[in-house]
Design a protein around this ligand. Structure first.
Ligand SMILES: [Mg+2]
Length: 341
């Protein structure tokens, strides 16, 4: 399975593309779409071109009757180049969206989590999907990496989720608690403990993240660790599958996008810590799921020792030459047995 992700950029077979024409608000547009794309991707393209959000889009004359659901393939529409249609819909204003709300959305809307390390068939179906392969390639090209602190040679890579992994986002967003009180207990001690072995990057909306990290004193502080870079949410994308016979959609974080930028990192030396297993769908073996941190400031949350245990585990495995020999799923059992001995 690791071979797949290593070669995916070079072994993409050619795809069938069609060019469509549409009119909207008295103007003409053209767009290119691939057979492996989904209806969702068509709506996203229309959104990018016109700023009409998907829920307001009325697409007339493209297909007979109603447009199929988001997860359906463009190939099923049997479109030919030159096909014309009309888009009706009001664009969103140029108002700046509250980034915290964007950030917050996925966890609220989609609470279902799935462990793909137990379902490698589903994970491989994602990886071998032409559309997803192309999404990884596009995200690689789009990703601009701002190195805050240089990467150090010979270190391993930690991809660390922010929201509900190292802080409780909700009271921070609403302003009901000061930032320092939203951090998970033991955060700074955890980062100090692992800093000698790992370079870190975090994945969330950029500006919001920088703000959050500054507020948490993780950037620009005199602490004994440095964050290497923060990754824009643009390097997450939406994937489509079925669960219990129903369409299921969620976001993924593809490590391949980072590996393409930093070839010194790969499956042998990368670990991705997140409170949502589904974020590991493309790299299930590299993922370590941590319990979500919510309810900051409640007695239960103040007694949370997850980061303490995680630091113990990560220092323990730091000298393992090939992380593929590990099973992060058992991380808590490993910590328990280490502490007993
Ligand atoms: Mg999270």
């Amino acid at each position: 399975m690791y071979g797949v992700s290593q070669v995916q950029l070079s072994e993409v077979p050619p795809e069938r593309w069609v060019q469509l024409q549409f009119s909207w608000s008295g103007k003409s547009f053209t767009l290119d779409i691939a057979d492996s794309d989904r209806i969702y991707d068509l709506k996203t393209t229309l959104h990018n071109l016109t700023k009409v959000p998907p829920e307001r889009q009325k697409i007339l004359g493209l297909v007979k009757g109603k447009l199929p659901p988001d997860q359906d393939r463009i190939a099923d529409l049997r479109l030919i180049t030159g096909k014309k249609f009309t888009l009706v819909g009001t664009p969103e204003g140029d108002e700046i969206k509250d980034p915290s709300q964007l950030e917050f959305l996925p966890d609220v809307v989609n609470d279902l989590d799935v462990d793909f390390s137990e379902d490698l068939t589903a994970s491989n179906a994602y990886k071998n999907d032409q559309r997803n392969i192309r999404k990884v390639k596009e995200a690689t090209e789009k990703l601009e990496i701002n190195i805050i602190h240089p990467l150090r040679p010979g270190r391993k890579l930690l991809v660390l989720d922010i929201d509900y992994t190292i802080l409780d986002t909700k009271p921070l967003t609403s302003g009901s608690l000061p930032p320092s009180e939203c951090a998970r207990p033991g955060l700074h001690e955890f980062l100090e403990a692992i800093y000698p072995y790992y370079d870190r990057r975090s994945q969330t909306s950029w500006i919001w993240l920088e703000t959050k990290l500054v507020e948490l004193e993780m950037i620009g502080s005199h602490r004994n660790y440095q964050v290497s870079t923060v990754l824009d949410k643009k390097c997450m994308f939406t994937v489509f599958t079925e669960r219990d016979g129903k369409p299921w959609t969620h976001s993924v974080k593809a490590l391949q996008i980072i590996w393409n930028h930093f070839p010194q990192f790969n499956a042998t030396n990368t670990i991705h810590v997140d409170d949502l297993s589904r974020n590991f769908a493309l790299n299930p073996r590299e993922g370590l799921k941590i319990q979500a941190f919510k309810g900051a400031h409640t007695p239960a949350a103040m007694a949370d020792r997850e980061l303490d245990k995680l630091g113990y585990y990560m220092v323990h495995i730091a000298s393992v030459p090939d992380f593929r020999t590990l099973r992060h799923k058992d991380w808590k059992t490993v910590v328990r047995s280490l502490r007993r001995s």
